[in-house]
Design a protein around this ligand. Structure first.
Ligand SMILES: Nc1ncnc2c1ncn2[C@@H]1O[C@H](COP(=O)(O)OP(=O)(O)OP(=O)(O)O)[C@@H](O)[C@H]1O
Ligand SMILES: [Mg+2]
Length: 260
């Protein structure tokens, strides 16, 4: 496959980005000197075992957290952390979390949940019309607008979380274990939904999973984290056929084999 990275523009640039938690005596380095570029239009998978730093990285990418050291740029500029420029950034970069129960406000109806970011980010247009469009896009009946999170299944809740993330028409979607909590059959449906929406809307995708099989399905490039360090990155095809790092080989060996 041709390397198109030179023709794409860098969306995120990370230079020696580290994030440590805790004081100096009991400090945990969750991310250690990460160098990474994510180009516009790419579908980048972030894989690694529990505690390898995946969520830490996504929180930095969506400006929910800041690096302890190093440089993190979006379109060549440092990530904003307040004011108009932060609203503008949030309109462009949205996130879907693992637990749709936790990320949806139980007191808000589906319709209110989806329109909330539109209001917060001051996005123009008729919010009611947008809710209908989005429910259709994520495969939910239009009357779901009136329902509350506890009245929905896990898969339906995750569809609402996706609709909510897409509401401000972002260019980039970050998904942190977005399908991991779902039953296997529902997982495939929601994964296909994300893949289709990313294609249709031409989104840049950063997709975090501890499951390489899921990443293979949806990503064009894979980044492997191990104990906070980037140990390998490659196109999905090359990573699966020619893994370099022993840890990547270990991860690949743990994927259950499907019949050819
Ligand atoms: N708020 C925090 N305070 C202290 N330590 C933290 C905090 N958040 C994460 N860590 C630590 O940083 C490391 C990386 O955590 P992170 O949540 O990024 O891993 P992860 O790859 O997302 O794991 P999982 O697959 O379990 O979601 C872990 O050692 C974790 O305990
Ligand atoms: Mg995590």
């Amino acid at each position: 496959m041709a390397d198109t990275s030179s023709t794409q523009s860098a969306l995120f640039t990370l230079r020696q980005v580290s994030r440590a938690y805790g004081g100096s005596r009991r400090s945990v380095t969750a991310l250690d000197s990460l160098d990474l570029t994510i180009n516009s239009g790419e579908r980048v998978g972030i894989v690694g075992e529990s505690g390898s730093g995946k969520t830490t990285l996504t929180r930095l990418l969506v400006a929910l957290d800041t690096p302890s050291s190093g440089e993190l740029l979006f379109k060549g500029q440092p990530l904003p952390h307040k004011g108009e420029s932060l609203l503008n950034f949030r309109q462009q970069v949205q996130i879907v979390f693992q637990d749709p129960f936790g990320s949806l406000d139980p007191r808000l109806s589906v319709g209110a949940s989806i329109t909330e970011p539109l209001r917060a980010l001051r996005v123009a247009g008729d919010p009611r019309l947008r809710v209908q469009e989005l429910l259709e896009a994520v495969g939910l009946p239009t009357h779901s607008e009136m329902l509350y999170p506890h009245q929905l299944s896990g898969g339906q809740r995750q569809r609402v979380a996706i609709a909510r993330a897409l509401a401000p028409r972002p260019s980039t979607l970050v998904a942190d274990e977005a399908v991991s909590a779902l039953d296997v059959s529902v997982r495939a449906q929601v994964l296909n939904l994300i893949a289709n929406l990313v294609n249709e809307l031409g989104l840049t995708l950063v997709f975090v999973s501890h499951d390489l099989a899921v990443i293979r399905h949806i990503c064009s490039r894979v980044v492997v984290l191990y104990r906070g360090k980037l140990v390998e990155e490659n196109t999905t095809e090359m990573l699966f056929t020619h893994p370099q790092h022993p840890y990547t080989r270990e991860l690949l060996a743990s994927i259950p084999r499907l019949p050819e």
